[in-house]
Design a binder for this molecule. Structure first.
Ligand code: C5P
Length: 226
């Protein structure tokens, strides 16, 4: 078989992007972090007063065509970074300010339609590893390899808490745990494209697994299909 499409879905902070990035690099595939796209739209909505103390969802939907998203590779690290209307927002979209609101924005049908179209365009030639919540169910239902990542909420929150502390953000563990659980709840219960395991996805619980072991197992799954 030639190039395939690999969908990596799962709950918040299950290490989807770390493993997806590594797999893409090993296979020489493109990597796309769809969470970054929903986060960038959320940042735009926050900066322009469409969400916050009062939400103006219909106002946000009207200005969606003005929101231009682009992944641009960083020339030093080689990693792709999110640009929102020409500005690098890679760091800002990972802050708690955005995490607190993103699931609300991601539940808006028009936002999903716009981003899903872009994602399908990016993956039209295959040779892609895409991570998110609805990749195996909605974006690429015919993906040749689908993974569904899980881990206990406490383990996921611990990982995210460490990441945020390393970045200098002032957060408490309790706040991060609450955010991870709240996002999972909203993402799994929304009416449009809820987070759920595709029937043909391989469920992968990495609660007690190091990065190396995870990578080796998942790389093996991919090699079997390719
Ligand atoms: O992957 P990450 O945690 O950065 O995603 C942030 C949020 O974006 C998720 O909690 C979810 O609300 C939304 N999302 C989504 N569909 C995707 C990717 C992310 O709804 N494909």
């Amino acid at each position: 078989m030639g190039k395939i499409t690999i969908a990596v879905d799962g709950y918040s902070s299950t290490g989807k992007s770390t493993i997806a990035k590594r797999l893409a690099a090993a296979l020489g595939y493109i990597y796309v972090d769809t969470g970054a796209m929903y986060r960038a739209v959320t940042l735009y909505a926050l900066d322009n007063g469409f969400i916050g103390t009062q939400d103006d969802i219909s106002g946000l939907v009207k200005v969606l065509p003005k929101i231009k998203l682009k992944f641009v590779p960083n020339t030093e690290t080689g990693r792709s970074e999110m640009y929102l209307n020409g500005k690098n927002v890679e760091e800002e979209i990972r802050t708690m300010k955005v995490s607190r609101q993103v699931s609300k924005v991601a539940a808006i049908g028009e936002v999903r339609t716009k981003l899903v179209e872009m994602q399908q365009q990016m993956g039209k030639d295959k040779g892609i590893v895409m991570d998110g919540r609805d990749i195996g169910t909605v974006v690429f239902p015919d993906a040749e390899l689908k993974l569904f990542m899980t881990a206990s909420p406490e383990i996921r929150a611990t990982r995210r808490y460490k990441e945020l502390l390393d970045k200098g953000e002032k957060v408490t563990f309790a706040e991060v745990l609450k955010n991870v659980q709240e996002r999972d709840r909203i993402d799994s219960t929304r009416s449009i494209s809820p987070l759920k395991k595709a029937k043909d996805a391989i469920e992968f619980d990495n609660s007690d697994m190091g990065l190396e072991e995870q990578f080796e197992r998942i790389h093996e799954f991919a090699k079997r299909v390719i």
